[in-house]
Design a protein around this ligand. Structure first.
Ligand SMILES: Cc1cc2nc3c(=O)[nH]c(=O)nc-3n(C[C@H](O)[C@H](O)[C@H](O)COP(=O)(O)OP(=O)(O)OC[C@H]3O[C@@H](n4cnc5c(N)ncnc54)[C@H](O)[C@@H]3O)c2cc1C
Length: 430
């Protein structure tokens, strides 16, 4: 379902502020652009923003599966997930794994994650996600145009495939949930799949096409385009890491290495690193990370016509500007542990079976999804200061929801009533 959004009007001069946005991932960039469109002066602070020759690899927004995914109403913690936890602990190479030595730190998050998996909670969460997703495309459109990124969009939907009837039937509850929330989808036979994606090995029995999904063929180029648009509109970037956010009588102080800047308002959009910044401002948020990986197959960019996902394997195979990116899987293990080469090997071997002509792989990447236990983002004000706004925790849907988040952030900063009820997204809900 694709719902419009009311146009945001530029504010009168007296209501325009200096807003500092911490983090130049897609969420920070989109927030900055929507704030700028309302007339604010915007400064983004990031140690490695998408400008010049920066690789941008530190951002989760760099390495994702490139997919605008309006079908994403199904939370990660579905009923029955509790029975999968022992398997996750025992098999570090499954699509959903836990690094066991991180378990003590993860315990509060994991306990809230399991509590979110009841039928009633899943219904509530899915309804909230469906409302957000229904406005997501409308929020992207003006920013895509402003960033000159229309050329990156590739329409063709997204395919989920199942190898057996039993696997397909096991997903019935998820499809019923999607149907209840108006997700456009078409069930496919084996012959349909073969005609749509002839290069796949015939390891499929049934599938589903989500027709409204599309790809940004390079999330990196998307981010660079958004950053350029911001600079063209008078926005400023500061390279550096914010170590503290201090609400003061005369504004909000932000410490960056040995200097400090003062702004009227701060937006914290530092992805998976936002927890410690919120703590510095005086707020406790139950944010952790779902680590995800990608492997690039540079010669395989033309083998598929759309993202293809076997939920059994837990990753998407996506035709993109640089080749075919196989991206996904979840590893609960915090921010400190390095890339686990056994997990990228698992993705590599999976692709070779599913898409035998994929060829050699090159780039391997680990990124940190900023994840809340209930698969919902945080969009809301700090309890300590109404001049600090939080925008993080988008989990598996950050590319999809970044622009809408920016739109909502700009309404919050202007003191307007957000077009969507943000109560389920409040920072202190856990
Ligand atoms: C494998 C994988 C596949 C995915 N696929 C999809 C998909 O297909 N569709 C989808 O919608 N989503 C997808 N996602 C999720 C999506 O990529 C993330 O939700 C999204 O990128 C989060 O964006 P962000 O701006 O919040 O964080 P990030 O992109 O991580 O940006 C945070 C920024 O904050 C900066 N920062 C950190 N600390 C500080 C500090 N102290 N001071 C200043 N700056 C700081 C960092 O340098 C970084 O640039 C996927 C994620 C993964 C890992």
């Amino acid at each position: 379902m694709n719902r419009p959004l009311p146009a945001l009007q530029p504010l009168p001069d007296a209501e325009r502020r200096h807003v500092a946005v911490v983090g130049a991932g897609l969420v920070g960039l989109c927030s900055a652009l929507w704030l700028q469109r309302m007339g604010h002066r915007v400064t983004i602070i990031d140690p490695a923003p998408p400008l010049g020759n920066e690789s941008y690899r530190q951002a989760c927004s760099y390495g994702n599966a490139c997919t605008f995914a309006p079908h994403g109403v199904v939370p990660v913690a579905m009923p029955g997930v509790i029975w999968r936890v022992p398997g996750m602990l025992l098999n570090p190479l499954g699509p959903l794994a836990i690094v066991w030595r991180y378990l003590p730190q993860l315990a509060p998050w994991l306990s809230a994650f399991l509590a979110s998996s009841t039928k009633a909670e899943v219904e509530r969460i899915a309804a909230t996600l469906a409302t957000l997703l229904s406005h997501a495309d409308a929020a992207w459109q003006p920013l895509v145009t402003q960033a000159g990124a229309e050329r990156l969009k590739r329409h063709g939907g997204c395919l989920y495939l199942y190898k057996t009837e039993a696997q397909f039937r096991a997903a019935d509850a998820e499809y019923a949930l999607r149907e209840r929330h108006g997700v456009a989808m078409q069930r496919l036979s084996r012959a349909d799949i073969q005609s749509m994606e002839p290069n796949l090995a015939p390891l499929y029995h049934r599938g589903v096409l989500f027709g409204d999904a599309y790809v940004f063929s390079s999330p990196r180029q998307l981010a660079f385009g958004l950053a350029q648009a911001l600079v063209s509109g008078g926005g400023e970037f500061i390279r550096g890491e914010v170590s503290a956010i201090e609400p003061r009588d005369d504004g909000i102080g932000l410490r960056i290495a040995d200097k400090a800047i003062l702004a009227d308002h701060a937006v914290v959009a530092a992805g998976a690193h936002s927890r410690k910044l919120a703590a510095a401002a005086g707020d406790r948020v139950l944010l952790d990370t779902e680590r995800g990986y990608h492997v690039l197959f540079p010669q395989a960019g033309n083998l598929l016509s759309r993202p293809v996902c076997y939920p059994e394997h837990g990753f998407y195979m996506v035709p993109m500007a640089d080749g075919l990116r196989a991206a996904g899987t979840v590893e609960l293990g915090g921010l400190a542990a390095p890339l686990n080469p056994r997990r990228t090997a698992m993705i590599r071997e999976g692709v070779r079976k599913l898409l035998p002509s994929a060829g050699e792989s090159s780039d391997e990447w680990l990124g940190f999804r900023p994840s809340m236990p209930d698969s919902l983002p945080v969009i809301g004000s700090s309890r300590c200061s109404s001049h600090v706004t939080y925008a993080f925790g988008h989990g598996h849907l950050g590319l999809t929801l970044a622009a809408l988040t920016g739109y909502l952030v700009s309404q919050l900063v202007a003191g307007q009533r957000p077009v969507i009820d943000l109560t389920p997204l409040r920072p202190d809900r856990f």
